[in-house]
Write a protein that binds this ligand. Structure first.
Ligand code: FE
Length: 207
């Protein structure tokens, strides 16, 4: 009985969140605050507060599984996203608002079962929040959709192209741990952005 009650509460919460999301898309209003830092994202998505998302472009997702990740912070099961195996050159956009978040230049195979990146595509695209259990949550800085988490065990600097290391955005966290030497040592590690594929939309570069 208690399990059934919990299930009903979860279902009601999910329906409520989805209704709010749909309402925010069906009756757009002029927002007043831009949460992104110095740079306005490409699609001008804006946020009024923590719970209401407005989107000036019709790029939002209607996929209920994506909404469960973006709006409720669910985690997709490991190895279920085709983006794990995506190796083409392109950009990874927020599935909700379309803001470019990562690029194929910062993607690597972590073996974790979730699409992984060692750098973001540009400054002020991903917001970081410390959670109660110590993990660092990643959200889209434009629409505050939940993306995943960032950890300190990314690839070693020495395994990465120097030209890509030179373009790490200033707002990326310096949380890689040092195996030896200083933080610029080839043995020090970059961050590992562990991202739900359901929170992303891949845009392949034109050839
Ligand atoms: Fe977004």
């Amino acid at each position: 009985m208690r399990a059934l009650l919990s299930l009903l509460i979860c279902a009601a919460t999910y329906v409520g969140e989805c209704s709010a999301f749909i309402a925010s898309h069906s009756s757009p209003r002029q927002p007043s605050i831009i949460r992104a830092g110095n740079e306005e994202p490409a699609n001008s998505s804006r946020v009024d507060d923590d719970s209401t998302v407005t989107n000036t472009n019709a790029t939002g997702t209607w996929n209920p599984f994506s909404l469960a990740v973006l709006k409720l912070g669910f985690t997709e099961p490991a190895w279920t996203s085709s983006l794990n195996f995506q190796k083409a050159s392109g950009r990874y956009l927020c599935a909700n608002c379309g803001t470019p978040l990562f690029s194929s230049h910062g993607k690597f195979d972590s073996g974790s079962g979730w699409p992984s990146f060692w750098k973001t595509i540009s400054s002020n695209r991903v917001e970081l929040n410390r959670e109660w259990d110590g993990r660092i949550e990643c959200r889209c800085q434009s629409c505050r959709g939940h993306l995943g988490h960032v950890f300190s065990d990314g690839p070693q600097r020495g395994s990465l192209p120097s030209i890509e290391l030179a373009s790490v955005p200033e707002t990326d966290p310096k949380i890689g741990y040092k195996e030896q030497g200083d933080c610029d040592s080839s043995f020090s590690r970059m961050p590992r952005y562990c991202i739900n594929g359901l929170a992303l939309r891949f845009e392949k570069d034109s050839e």
